[in-house]
Design a protein around this ligand. Sequence first.
Ligand code: ADP
Ligand code: G6P
Length: 502
Amino acid sequence: MTERERRLVVVSNRLPFVLSPGPDGGLVSRPGSGGLVTALLPVLRDRGGVWVGWPGITDHTEAVDAALASATGKAGYHLAPVALTAEDQAGFYHGFSNEVLWPLFHDLQSLCNFDPVYWRSYCEVNHKYAQVILSETYKDDFVWVHDYQLLLLAAELRRAGVTSPLAFFLHIPFPPLDIYLKLPWRFTLLRALLEYDLIGFQTLRDQRNFMHCVRTLIDDVSISHRSSQIHMPDGRQVRVGSFPIGIDAAAFQRQARSPAVIAAADTLRAELPNRELILGVDRLDYTKGIPLRLEAFRVALRQFPDLQERVTLIQVVVPSRDDIPQYRDLKLRIEQLVGEINGEFTRPGGWVPIHYVYRALDRLDLVAYYRAAHIALVTPLKDGMNLVAKEFCACSVDSDGVLILSEFAGAAAQLQHGALLVNPYDLEGTAEAIHRACAMPAAERRRRMQLLRRAVNRQSVFRWVNGFLEAAIASDLDAFPLPDDYLPSAEAEHAYWDTELA
Ligand code: ADP
Ligand code: G6P
């Protein structure tokens, strides 16, 4: 491609829209789920640019391009699909990404399946992404790669002769050295990561873990500047930093105040009158700690009988990765626990302790759940950040909600002062936190929620983008043009929400 104005090029495994065959033989699109999409979609809408990724369908025809063009409409950015075969999906996506890196990086190494076939597929597919980037981008574009599925991409691009700066952000945790060491491809992967010029993590904890691995496993580099710069033998410098991701808090807040959400939240509360509504919202994933959360809720009902008939847990689970056996097993385990707990406590008067919702909600319903809930129960075993916790706070516009948050969520770093922090493995501790949240005086709820809302507003996703791109500039990457005080335009926000609601 010829030279022209510099654009932001976001690269992630998935595009923000997932295509699937529709009833009339065509393709239908729906917004993707997960924190990465939620965070980056408003950024692309606001800034424009290109998003490179997989459209979620393995048959790549011209219909894919047409469906993607109609999904983005006039949003001002362009989607560039990467065509993956069913074999790629099996080896790269289900296999190496989600049966090796996902469990390992969440400290669950016993769930890993270190199949060498998966590794080969991972290498091949990272190569495919590199080919698409080469054909879709201009020399001066700013290429920003996201997440664990694409750790090898910079190395692939370098092999193809790319010398321009490349940036990477890891949305999930980086594991401690003794866990990372289990990976059979630990040296290759770490060396490949060092081909990026800027590497961003969610928390200082992840950054430190990464630097510990580099110090221990890579012997021809030196590290300086309080662990934020790695000097490579060829004279290159790799910058490393932590950039906690945020949400588009103003947009969530605005929607939480909309008449449609207020009406939907009122309906929910009217259906469950005189109850403390406790909410859990998660993708179906074993890292989210849903079974332990349900068990903690059962302990709470047993140890604090005053909670019976006074609380209802609404657990929303969004279907995810259901081709992977562990995810299917998890779904069965959740259903079994919900059945057991409801069987033990349901009263003839109509009280059912757990309402279980297994489907992807549209944005309005999700925000209505956030607004209606009194308490959010966010108890992942480990999580890069956890945006649900932040979204709940943004939507608690009356400052009357309590956040119970796992200390192993990245979000705990920013939300620790207002949330009730729990260890999700500690059933009695979590049960006590539930009881405490239900009994918390209104003044304390308000004080805590105000702290939380301030933190969430301060750390918006737009600030996150700014911080990352400023770091890219500081590391002598060529300057990316940044407005002085970068804020989303109202127009872009509306376009974002319109799509989400469509
Ligand atoms: P993860 O990225 O691991 O899924 P996060 O909590 O960081 O976890 O992000 C989950 C994202 O998915 C949130 O932004 C949330 O709004 C979104 N989400 C949650 N529930 C639904 C749902 N039912 N349908 C669509 N998106 C959802
Ligand atoms: C997390 C990961 C993302 C991923 C998302 C949804 O947020 O960090 O990279 O896209 O989960 O998972 P899926 O496997 O459906 O893409």
